[in-house]
Ligand binder design. Structure first.
Ligand code: DNO
Length: 355
């Protein structure tokens, strides 16, 4: 597996490529054209410039997170074919530049959701946190303002202000879309893009729902082993795969992550490896990466990835805010760098123990 860091681009990230280059064991980044709206066609020159900037810093571009999907595709509107066509154009640009992993999600209205982006812990660090009871008290139309309050002024991934300005319309759009309809819309989309993915060997990697249960009554289709296996079987092409996000799947204590990894062997194309601390039903804090700091067994997770022959990019995910760092919530340098060194150490121990 290849250790990477997510990087949002020089205009959006508080972390620099030069800093990432100095993290031991990290040779690549996962990036995107962060200001593209869902549905826009990416231009070759823009992506080439991003790739060259990364390479001239001595790193490689190992994958795209994300190419976001237009709501017309998710909701199955008549104009979806036009947006699928645009998505295919973008995949061609990605494929022609030799990039082989694309992460995306199929969550209606919002990408990931949290009730607090900076919950203070006794040690003075802050973490992102989720409490269903708090979410239930927030007017769904106000969620953007709520999330914005502790965003440190950064643009949050998947919370495009342009889309959120029309949040009531978005909720209306999905009012007649249940889980089965959403699933059909996803399969329709995947079947349409598979020939392009096959041609360029682009491995699509759906990001699990975060949290891994329905929020605001919106349907969810990627939060359990059964849902992910159903999707793999429905479009049975290796290019239809999964981003194994341990924090998102792990938000639900019923999900056995090492078992999910084994069940999806060969279809995991990207891994986000982070820890969560379960606080009770519908409640969790994000945690520092080591097993001792949260509820997940990180050794068992890395062991399952190793044993199933996973050879894609892996990255640490949401870190705590520590040592006074101010960044996009979850995406500071310090705690993610600690996290990836720990994951690398686990892997070394697993590999050597296996000899
Ligand atoms: C949040 C991320 C998500 C993820 C998307 C993938 O920090 O994990 O925004 O990138 O769901 O499309």
């Amino acid at each position: 597996m290849k250790f990477t860091m997510r990087w949002f681009g020089r205009s959006f990230d508080s972390v620099t490529l030069a800093q990432i280059r100095q993290i031991p064991g990290v040779a690549g980044v996962i990036s995107t054209l962060y200001d593209k709206l869902p549905g826009e066609i990416w231009q070759p020159g823009e992506l080439r410039a991003l790739k060259e900037e990364i390479e001239s810093a001595g790193l490689t571009l190992e994958g795209i997170e994300s190419v976001n999907i237009h709501d017309a595709i998710k909701a199955g509107l008549p104009e979806r074919d036009r947006y699928i066509e645009n998505y295919i154009r973008t995949l061609e640009v990605i494929g022609q530049l030799g990039i082989h992993v694309v992460c995306y999600n199929f969550m209606p209205v919002f990408d990931w959701t949290r009730s607090d982006l900076a919950k203070a812990l006794p040690d003075g660090s802050t973490v992102m946190s989720y409490d269903q009871a708090l979410i239930d008290r927030i007017d769904r139309n106000e969620l953007m303002n709520h999330m914005g309050e502790k965003s440190n002024g950064y643009l949050l991934a998947g919370w495009e202000p342009e889309r959120m300005a029309h949040i009531s319309e978005l909720f209306r759009l999905y009012s007649s879309v249940d889980e089965d309809a959403l699933f059909e819309n996803l399969c329709y989309f995947l079947k349409a893009i598979m020939p392009t993915c096959d041609r360029y060997d682009i491995r699509m990697a759906i990001h699990p729902d975060d949290p891994a249960w329905p929020v605001f009554g919106l349907p969810r289709l990627a939060g359990t082993k059964a849902q992910l296996l159903r999707l793999m079987a429905a479009v049975d092409d290796v290019h239809n795969g999964v981003t194994l996000c341990t924090g998102s799947l792990g938000s639900n204590p019923d999900n056995d992550i090492p078992d999910i990894i084994r069940s999806l062997a060969g279809r995991i194309h990207f891994a986000h490896v982070r820890n969560v601390h379960h606080l009770g039903p519908g409640r969790f804090d994000e945690a520092a990466h080591p097993s001792s700091e949260g509820s997940l067994d990180m050794y068992a997770i890395m062991h399952a990835l190793y044993r199933t022959g996973f050879d894609g990019p892996v990255r640490p995910d949401h870190g705590r805010a520590i040592w006074g760092e101010v960044s996009m919530p979850g995406y500071g340098l310090y705690d993610r760098a600690l996290g990836i060194c720990y994951l690398n150490g686990l892997l070394e121990a697993i590999e050597k123990g296996d000899r």
